[in-house]
Design a protein around this ligand. Structure first.
Ligand code: ZN
Length: 444
């Protein structure tokens, strides 16, 4: 067993007391998940009678600074490179340092120390966050090259979204001719799994895995058809089953669509994806319960998205998180639903179904009843071609949720941790410290 030598782990941990590194490491990343996203989902969960989020009830917490090498406001590629490789780089860079040189990720360190490695994401598996753990490209936009890095990574398990359609590019002189990436993955020993049924039936003897449920991202949790696609918790359960063994594993799991809902200022969709991530964290915490002296679970975010806040001038000191349960689909799905609708009157049933808004007073004091001003706001928005935006704005207002941006902000994120080595996550840290702490487990 290796001795834990990391300076960042100066505080004696349970595993340090046993002179060992955690055999099993889980790193969860909520893309665009900072304090407000975690706490809004937490308050919603409490209002629904389900108590606080598991990720917020973990025993160790570090406030985590997210800036990149060239901006206080990071993008996901630079943030992933910091969290994975321990270097600050420029926005847009995947797995290279600020000079463009190849960096070394904690996932690669785990692999080189003989651990099995899994990468899971709800968005495309070549997207910025997962790419930070296996790719080395100056631009996150080099999707075909990133996919080529994926099949060359020698990692054991890739699951979730697809390769963003960038898998069959044979004519670009910039890249080596990998041809069809899925064929290439098969030659490198990966089994391609396309259905949920096939996925759930996988056994450890099936070897290395690359899923292809879709070529794009998985659905937002609020819209998902879980008969067709696995939940994030199911992806994590299967990852554990496939990777568990004598050598241990490192597993990175991204809740990627939290960020997208943040960009869209779509609060209910945002919190449903935080809840889906929390359910997956719960699976890891169950594993920690069964292997308490050998397991570390870490949950972090890469940055905040949307300038989301709990509290809004229009509702004063009141917050109504429970009202978010009235929304049944993402704003994006609602937009697609009304695409062929010809008049505002015709759109009203879809508005009721998607957001729970009430147009007629039935005398029950339903808080989702629209005022005359709000009805005018919606009909004006219909004329202007921006009805989905008006619906999400009224929804956030009725709940007391504010937004200051359609982009990322420089707010710090929370890193919470439980298990072997978790004490190292304390105080205020840089996002690069996460990689440093994890890499030290694998130092030779
Ligand atoms: Zn983003």
């Amino acid at each position: 067993m290796k001795r834990l030598l990391c300076a960042a782990c100066a505080v004696l941990s349970l595993c340090a007391a046993y002179a060992a590194s955690p055999k099993y490491v889980f790193l969860f990343i909520g893309d665009g998940m900072s304090v407000p996203q975690r706490m809004i989902a937490d308050e919603f969960s409490r209002a629904e009678g389900n108590g606080p989020l598991a990720m917020n009830a973990m025993p160790h917490t570090a406030v985590t600074r997210t800036c990149s090498a060239d901006s206080l406001v990071t993008d996901s590629a630079a943030a992933a490179t910091a969290i994975a490789c321990g270097v600050k780089t420029f926005n847009g860079a995947s797995g290279v340092d600020a000079e463009g040189k190849r960096a070394y990720s904690c996932a690669e360190a785990a692999r080189d120390a003989g651990r099995k490695v899994g990468i899971v994401s709800t968005v495309t598996i070549t997207h910025a966050t997962p790419a930070g753990f296996y790719a080395h490209r100056r631009s996150r936009g080099e999707l075909y090259a990133i996919a080529a890095d994926l099949v060359d990574s020698r990692f054991d398990f890739f699951a979730g979204g697809g390769l963003d359609g960038q898998y069959d590019k044979t004519d670009d002189p910039l890249y080596p001719a990998y041809g069809n990436i899925y064929s290439c993955a098969e030659s490198n020993g990966y089994r391609i799994v396309s259905t949920k049924e096939e996925f759930l039936a996988l056994k450890p003897s099936d070897g290395k895995i690359l899923t292809r449920f879709t070529d794009g991202p998985l659905e937002a949790a609020i819209d998902a058809d879980y008969a067709r696609e696995p939940t994030l918790a199911e992806l994590v359960s299967k990852a554990i089953e496939m990777l568990e063994g004598e050598n241990g594993f490192f597993l990175m799991v991204e809740g990627g669509r939290i960020d997208w809902a943040g960009h869209g200022n779509d609060a209910a969709t945002n919190l449903r994806d935080v809840l889906a991530l929390d359910a997956a964290v719960n699976v890891a915490l169950g594993f920690l319960d069964a292997h308490p002296s050998e397991t570390l679970v870490v949950v972090t975010g890469d940055h905040e998205t949307g300038g989301m806040s709990m509290g809004f001038a229009g509702t004063g000191y009141a917050l109504y998180m429970d009202r978010l349960s009235n929304q049944t689909m993402s704003v994006g799905r609602f937009g697609a639903r009304i695409a062929g609708v010809q008049s505002f009157e015709e759109a009203i049933p879809a508005i009721r179904e998607a957001f729970g808004f009430r147009f007629d007073d039935d005398g029950t004091g339903n808080p989702m009843l629209l005022s005359d001003g709000e009805k005018d706001e919606l009909s004006d928005a219909w004329v202007a071609g921006r009805l989905p935006d008006a619906c999400r704005i009224i929804m956030s207002r009725k709940c007391g949720i504010g937004w200051s941006s359609g982009a990322h902000t420089a707010m710090p994120v929370l890193t919470t941790a439980a298990g072997c080595g978790a004490e190292a996550f304390a105080g205020q840290i840089e996002n690069t410290a996460i990689a440093e702490i994890i890499k030290a487990f694998y130092a030779r």
